[in-house]
Design a protein around this ligand. Structure first.
Ligand SMILES: *Cc1c(COP(=O)(O)O)cnc(C)c1O
Length: 217
């Protein structure tokens, strides 16, 4: 599918495209940039840093992969959105590095919705514990803008749909419970190359698409 046809489809549905450029060269990113794409996602800090150095300044870099606390400091000065916050300790480190960089860092909380053991993310219980913890309340240099999740890697569309629907429902609940007067809590990052249509049908506002745009890895 061409970049333009994907963008046209997503724009009609008010869904933001994060082009997932992991493992792809800077030249491939530049090519999409020249067609107007500004949001790019990487899953490794080292790779994101190298590409950010080489590519135009106005690219909005998304960190979508598991983030180790000791690497937060490298991306804190410029990262646009961290999708993969999966612990209070990580959020505290992001807050600390945000303070040092004199900025507020936008974050999504990653929720475990798949059945596979390998996927990262908070359970519903852990999510509520984080948002009610005394450590969370005073953090001044992070903002939680929504939730992120990855569905199971399966051909069973009914299962994928159920997982996305459960994340949408959780997003609605969490918004009501903790972010009722916060219009910024509005992002639901779900959907990748093979399942983004299902995700959008279930309420996604941001999709992370790699192979469909850049080819297989
Ligand atoms: C790689 C990756 C994607 C994109 O996967 P594709 O199947 O190539 O679209 C999306 N989200 C995360 C967290 C990823 O690691």
């Amino acid at each position: 599918m061409s970049y333009q046809s994907i963008v046209t489809k997503l724009t009609q549905k008010n869904v933001t495209l994060v082009a997932v450029s992991k493992t792809k060269p800077a030249s491939a990113i530049q090519e999409l940039y020249n067609q107007g794409q500004r949001h790019f996602g990487e899953n490794k800090v080292q790779e994101l840093m190298a590409k950010a150095e080489e590519l135009p300044n106005d690219i909005q870099w998304h960190l979508i992969g598991h983030l180790q606390r000791n690497k937060v400091k490298y991306i804190a000065p410029f990262v646009h959105l961290i999708h993969s916050v999966d612990s209070l300790e990580l959020l505290q480190e992001i807050n600390k590095q945000g303070a040092k960089a004199n900025r507020t860092i936008d974050c999504l909380l990653q929720i475990f919705i798949a059945t596979e053991e390998t996927k990262f993310g908070l359970s519903v219980e852990e999510l509520n514990a984080l948002l009610t913890s005394p450590e969370y309340a005073p953090m001044q240099h992070i903002r939680i803008l929504g939730l992120m999740g990855m569905a199971s890697n399966t051909d069973d569309e009914a299962q994928v749909k159920r997982e996305f629907a459960s994340l949408k429902q959780l997003h609605t609940q969490i918004k009501q419970r903790y972010f009722e007067n916060d219009p910024l809590f509005d992002i639901l990052s779900m959907g990748m190359s093979t399942d983004h249509d299902l995700a959008i049908a279930e309420g996604s506002t941001m999709v992370r698409i790699g192979s469909l745009l850049f080819g297989g890895r």
